[in-house]
Design a protein around this ligand. Sequence first.
Ligand code: ADP
Ligand code: MG
Length: 701
Amino acid sequence: MAEQIFKTPVEYLKGVGSQRAEILKKDLEIFTYADLLQHYPFRYIDRTRFYKIRELNPDLPAIQILGRIVSKEIIGDKHVKRLVARFKDDTGTMELVWFQSIRWIDKIVQPGAVFIVFGKPTLFNGHFSISHPELEAYQPNAVNQGNLTLQPVYSSTEKLKQFNLDSKGIQRAQAALIDQVIRQVEETLPVYLMQRHELISRQKALYNIHFPENVEILREAQKRLKFEELFFIQLKLLRSKVLRTQKFKGSVFNNVGDNFNTFYSEKLPFDLTGAQKRVIKEIRQDTQRGVQMNRLLQGDVGSGKTVVALMIMLLAIDNGFQACIMAPTEILAQQHYFSIKSLLGDDFVSVELLTGSTPKKARRGLHERLESGELNILVGTHALIEDAVQFQNLGLVVIDEQHRFGVEQRARLWRKNIIPPHVLVMTATPIPRTLAMTLYGDLDISVIDELPAGRKPIKTVHLYHSQRLRMFGFMREEIAKGRQVYIVYPLIKESEKLDLLYLEAGIEAISNEFPLPEYRISIVHGKLAAKDKAAEMQRFVKGETQIMVATTVIEVGVNVPNASVMIIENAERFGLSQLHQLRGRVGRGAEQSFCILMSGMKLSPDAKIRLDTMVRTNDGFEIAEIDLQLRGPGNIEGTQQSGVLDLKLADLALDQQLLAEARKTVIQILEDDPELVNDDNRILRQYFETRSGGISWDKIS
Ligand code: ADP
Ligand code: MG
C-alpha cells in the first residue's frame, strides 16, 4: 500500500489516540493504518445461524441461541455471588451464568424477555450453560436479527485489553479504519492475473477478510491475499536473481584440465552415482555462462556431496582460481580437510585448514600462500571470512550446512574477489520443496537423490523402555561382529537436571550391562571440556571403544563408518529432522546398519507420527515434508532468521499449491518481461519499487 493515507500513524485513528497507539506499537508492531489493516483476524466465530438448545454439544465453539428467560436467582453469599438464569427455546432449557456485573445484569435479564445469547456452551452435571454470554434483546420486527455474519477474532494482549483493545475493541478500530480508507485501497495485481487466477480485487479482499458476510466470500478474500503475499515474495526473489545475473559477472570455468581429469581417472576410488554426475554437469553448465552461480546442493547425509564439491573445486583450479570450503564447526571443517586430503593424496593440489584454533604463526604463513596464489584450496570455519584472509583469485566458495551462515556472512565472502566467486551451498537437511522455493527462491537448486551403490538402507525399529533387554541383546550381537554402537540421550537444555539424571542413570546401566574389560565405553556430553570431548570422540573414531554414550553433541560431524547401530533414548522428545540427522551417523559403511528408537509408552499424537515416520522411511525429503506439516514453517531449522517467511496469511505447509501457482506465474512474467515495463506489468513494477525501496534485495541469496 503505497498510498499516502496508509502511512498515517495509527494514533490518528478515531478511538485510538497516543496512549493506545504506544501499546499497539509495542505489543503488536502496529505503527500505521496499513499495519492495522493487515492485522488480520486469526479466526472467525460463526454467527451465521441460530443453534437450538437440543443441538448443543460441548465441542461447539461460541454460538448464538434465540430464547426466553424463564427465571433467575442470585446464589451465594456477599463474597462469591453468581446470577443464574434459566433460558429456554422450543427444544429445551439451559443456564446462563454471571459472576460479575451482577447488579447490572439483574436489571436487564427479566423473566419473559426474549434474547439472542452468544457464547461458548459448556456441559456440567448433564446441563448446558454459558458463562457471561453476550446478550442482545430480540426485536420482533427488526431486520438484521442477531449478528448474522462471521465475527472476526483478533489477537490482542493483556496490556491492550486494559485499554479496551481486546478482540472486540480491535474490531471496532478496524471498522472505523475500513470505513475511512477502504475506497482508497489500490489494486496491486494486473487485471489479467486476477482474471486468470480468479482473484477478487484487493479492496474487496481487505474488506472481507475483516468483515466477511459468509464463508464463501471469506475464502475468496483469503485466496486473493495469500496469492498476493506469495506472488510478491517470489517476484522479489526471482527478480533479484535477474538483476544479479545482469549486474554480476561470473568467472568462466570452461577448461576441464589436468586436476579434474587426473582426479577422475586416477584418484576417485569409486564410480560416481548418476545423481552426482548430473549435479556436476548442472554446475559445470552454470559456471560457463559468465554469470555468478548461486546454487543450493541438497542431498541426504551420506549421499556424497563432498566429492561433488571437491570436483568443482578442482575445476576452479584448472581454470586458474582458488577455492574454499567453509563448515559451521571446527570438527566438521577438520573432517572435510582430512577426507579431502585423503581423496587427493599428497602429490596433488595444495590444501590447508584454517580454523579459530590455527596458531598465529601458521596462520601468517597461510595468509601469504593464499595471497601469492600458491595455496589452491582452503578449508575452514568462520575464520575464513575474517578480513585478514585475502585470496589471490578466489573463484569458488563452497558452504556446508548453509543455514548456519547468515546472509551478511555470505555477502562478505562475495567481496573476496572483484568478480564475485561462484557459490555452492550444501545442505544435508533436506528442505521441503515449498520451503526451498521461498527460503532459497533465488538460488538454483540441485538435488542428489540417490545413495552410492551397495549402501544398504538403515533398518529402523521402535522399542518401548520395557523392551530394553532386546536392545542390550542386539547391542551384544553387533559388538561381537566388531561393530560400534551409539547411544544418544536428549539433552535439550544442558541445564535441565532431569536430562542429566537420565544420562547418568543411562551411563550406569550401560556400564553394568557392558562391563570392562570386554567392553569399553566413550562418554561425550556438553559438560565436558572441549579437550576431553575431542579425546573421547577420538577413542571411538579409532575403534578403541565400542560404545559411545552421548548427548546430541554428536549430531553434526562424526563420521565413523564402522558404527552400525544408532540407539536414540527418549526418542519421542526429538524433532523429526533431528532424529533423521542422528540416524545419518550410521549407515556410512558397507554393513547393514540399524537405528533403534527407544520411547516411553505414553506418546503424544505428534510423537507417534514422528516415530512411525522414522520407522517407515529413510527418505529425508519425505521426512522434511512431514516435519513441515507437523511443526509449521516457522519452526523448521534454519527458517527463524529469515524475514522471507514473514507471511501474514499464507501458510507454507498448507498453501503449497497456491505457492507453486504464484511461482510459476512469476517465472512466466519475468521471462516475457524481465524489466516489468509492459503496460500490463507496470503496476507490478510500481508496487515492487515502493515496497522494496531501500532494501538491496540483490544481496540476499
Ligand atoms: P555427505 O557430505 O553428502 O553426507 P559424503 O560426501 O561425506 O556425504 O560421502 C559419504 C561417504 O560416501 C564418504 O565416505 C564418501 O567417500 C563416500 N562416497 C561418496 N560418493 C560415493 C560413491 N559414488 N560411491 C561410493 N562411495 C561414495
Ligand atoms: Mg557432508
